[in-house]
Design a protein around this ligand. Structure first.
Ligand code: NAD
Length: 498
């Protein structure tokens, strides 16, 4: 049995807390590794190593810091197959999908190769007589990141790439479901030339998170996961005086206007609803056709496509999606499907009886489609995080717009239409952070920032892109005056420039 410990001060170390958790292969349902869960003392070791290493790293010029990422990107490409296999074996998603997970993180590493330019401050010459003013961005010091199971490569890289490029040391607490890729990423960063102590992985559960949140030497906390934990982490981190931004759950709608290309819309819904078994925070889980005619035609197109989806283990390269991550997730999803039936939604594709031949103990869930879902139903209000799509029929465009407007979550949303006016109006009015116009999963690229609205995110600054440079640095502004600009005598009134 593989034992997974932590990555502290440049090397893998065994866990010493005596507490462990099982890591599963979701396709077989078998335990594949035992993961050590960190104690406060183990977190302290990581903080000690970070404190020792960070000042020198911050003083390393930004071009040299960027070069570590140039080499790291090369290593990620060289190890792509190995990393994708490792990821799929613990997450369950297909190998191609795992490559997408890695590549989306790699792109953030490419973005931070521009750190010498990104971190430049501002300068005003002659702000007053003999006075110059400049601002600079300095690292926060030690940052921490707490990440979810669904993107075990991309989300750690969203966080550690800008944090480290900005001159911080970083402590990553990955999901306990799929910790192997984060551990490999730390090893590859060392191979790329990162000094020890700058990136560390402390594996653990809620108690490791609590230790991070109250640690006085950790200055900034980034979190991605479910909304209740995101709200808790934001409150606790800020209560302890830390900078924090935390990202939570989602219920992403796709509005289908009567003029939309319905084949395109149906294909988009299939990919965005069932890809990765629906375990994406940007998955589309609600389709909102406008008008009965659009709804009937869309559902008619969706049914055969959903019935034809191929479910399989990650080793099957023809599979469209794999199992969900744990037995508990599988049970929760199946429970919510039953609830939807009880509440009166029409289950037009019923995947509840699905069994994967040869993988009977795997955590598979068959594809489901609900029609005639209404906003009061549990399956509409909750994030299901499984291969289940709900159709909510809207009479008019305004009724359709009202749905994502009123929903608790505001992560992503899409509209499919040929009408530029409608698309423009929708993008301007819908209170959601990321909008797709004929794009079902509008995940911004690395050089823009990622984040939702409402209870999908807490705090001001988003992930990656320009916001990440602001999040991982503090601004310092210097005002200087040289003797030629200094008047004789003391000045007692508030200095103003006139
Ligand atoms: P989760 O909230 O269960 O876990 C996330 C992290 O929090 C893990 O590292 C976990 O160890 C830790 N954690 C769990 N319980 C905790 C507790 N009581 N106290 C402190 N820490 C705790 O989320 P998950 O199941 O791993 O991931 C799925 C969720 O993440 C979904 O809700 C999904 O929408 C969301 N997500 C959001 C985004 C986004 O950018 N908004 C991106 C990806 C995933």
């Amino acid at each position: 049995m593989t034992e997974i410990g932590h990555f502290i001060d440049g090397a893998r170390v065994a866990g010493t807390s005596g507490r462990q958790a099982d890591v599963f292969n979701p396709a077989t349902g078998q335990v594949s590794a035992r993961l050590s869960l960190a104690s406060e003392a183990e977190l302290q070791k990581a903080v000690d190593a970070a404190k020792a290493a960070q000042p020198k790293w911050a003083a390393t010029n930004p071009q040299r810091r960027a070069r570590v990422f140039i080499r790291f990107v090369e290593l990620l490409n060289a190890h792509m197959d190995e990393l994708a296999e490792l990821l799929s074996a613990e997450h369950g998603k297909t190998v191609e999908d795992s490559k997408g997970d890695i590549i989306r993180g790699l792109e953030v590493c490419e973005f931070v190769i521009g750190i010498p330019h990104l971190i430049k401050g501002e300068f005003t010459e002659g702000a007053g007589p003999g006075i110059d003013m400049y601002s600079m961005r300095q690292p926060v010091g030690i940052g921490a990141g707490i990440t979810p199971f669904n993107f075990p490569a991309m989300i750690p890289m969203w966080m550690f790439a800008p944090a480290i490029a900005c001159g911080n040391a970083f402590i990553l607490k990955p999901s306990e479901r799929d910790p192997s890729v984060p551990m490999r990423l730390a090893e590859l960063m060392m191979e790329a030339g990162l000094p020890k102590g700058i990136l560390q992985v402390v594996n653990g559960d809620a108690s490791a998170v609590e230790a991070i949140l109250k640690h006085p030497d950790i200055g900034a906390v980034s979190f991605v996961g479910s909304t209740p934990i995101a709200a808790h982490v934001y409150a606790e981190a800020t209560r302890h005086g830390k900078r924090a931004h935390t990202f939570g759950g989602a219920k992403n709608h796709m509005i289908i206007m009567p003029d939309a290309d319905l084949d395109q819309a149906a294909n988009a819904l299939i990919g965005a609803g069932y890809g990765s078994a629906g375990e994406r925070c940007m998955a589309i889980s609600v389709a909102v056709p406008v008008g009965e005619k659009t709804a009937d035609a869309l559902v008619e197109k969706l049914i055969p496509k959903i019935e034809a989806l191929k479910i399989g283990p990650y080793t099957d390269s023809a599979a469209d999606y794999g199992p969900v991550v744990t037995k508990a997730s599988q049970q929760k999803i199946l429970g919510l499907i039953d609830k939807g039936v009880e509440e009166g939604a029409k289950l037009v594709v019923d995947g509840r009886g699905f069994k994967m031949q040869g993988y009977e103990d795997g955590f598979f869930v068959g594809s489901c489609l609900f029609d005639h879902v209404t906003p009061d139903m549990e399956i509409y209000r909750q994030e299901i995080f499984g291969p289940v799509l709900s159709v909510v029929r809207a009479k008019t465009y305004e009724d359709a717009l009202d749905l994502p407007t009123r929903h608790e979550y505001g992560n992503g949303v899409a509209i499919f239409t040929r009408d530029g006016d409608a698309a423009r109006d929708f993008a301007a009015r819908v209170p959601v952070g990321m909008i797709g116009i004929n794009v079902p999963i509008p995940t911004p690229l690395a050089y823009h920032s990622f984040g939702g609205w409402k209870r999908s995110s807490f705090g001001d600054l988003n992930q990656h892109g320009p916001d990440s440079i602001k999040f991982w640095t503090r601004t310092k502004t210097v005002t200087s005056r040289w003797p030629s600009g200094i008047k004789e005598g003391a000045e007692f009134s508030m200095p103003v420039m006139r």
